[in-house]
Design a protein around this ligand. Sequence first.
Ligand code: V47
Length: 363
Amino acid sequence: MDELSPIIEKVQAGEHLDFEDGMILMSSRNLSLIGSLADHVRKTTVGDRVMFVTNCHINYTNVCISKCKFCAYFREEGQKGGFTLTIDEIMEKAENASKMGATELHIVGSLNPKLPFEYYEELLLRLHEKYPAISLKAFTAVEIAHLADTTGMSAKEVLMRLKRAGLTGLPGGGGEIFNEVTRKKVCPDKISGDRWLEVMETAHGLGIKSNATMLYGHIETDLDIVDHILRIRKTQEKTHGFQAFIPLKFHPDNTELQKNGLVKFGPTGYDDLKIIAISRLLLNGYVNNIKTYWVMAGEKMAQIALHFGANDIDGTVMEERITHAAGGATPEFMPKERLIHLIRNAGRMPVERTTNYEVIREY
Ligand code: V47
């Protein structure tokens, strides 16, 4: 309690927490106090509404040159199990999603050197033309940087062309963990944390909003976590373009990190709740929406996270490959009625939102 007293005072006075506060929170074992503080901040900033979106995830390829050590989803070029969807195949998935009432397509893949820029552009153009009311939240900052590097365009040009083709916003993937030393160990061939933030800053400057993620529960340290969240905060101070922060729970099965023996177990429930709560506390006044992604957090933990600072539970999803390749045991689809039930049962008001957090309907 004593160690947390100055933090409680700061939170009550509406002051921003700093790096040292973050480190104290990370080393504290007083989860219930941290959780109630985060819940208090959630209540006073965003109230009792819990946001969800009717969406569909589409993974267009798993062929990747990045070979991240936490990823069980990718395949190397020519390796068994590699796939790349044609635009027609994606259109079919979009048709199903549209019939099920999706308002958002979340489209991400991997760094497939065989796919030309025209594939990405034509995909958005065709989707936007056929489903103008569906938001296209597509391609992570890592994919955007890859397109810039392989075409010789700047990230700004890539983003401008994709925006013209129908891009609504960027998902938050690829953030992983920014600290250079740790990042080099878990994803040595991925763009740096600084470049990830730069691409996001460029997108925000063009009016393209995005999310931000952080992968936790592998080999990162407490310092890495606090540093990551504060770097997001610093960019947000300049751009105000991050709509949600999403801590992603590492799933170790079938990953290099597990095969190497570097990670034996994934994060525990204690870690999940603590990270959500500390995210809410450190991002207070910067990023309003803290999302618990039920696919990775698990249905039950996502529901409890709503009492530890989260106010968004993501969406119906419909099909998910990244977590499931790494041992995820959640279903791939959550009917809207079930999301509503989970939220209501946690004592909160379910609110269906658009990609850009406009309210569609309160339940
Ligand atoms: O960038 C990869 C992570 C991310 C594993 O913006 C893993 O609304 C856990 O970013 N265990 C992709 N995580 C998912 C993502 C996301 C999901 C939902 C909503 C949004 C949003 C974004 O998944 C990757 C990486 O950080 N990931 N492998 C794994 N084994």
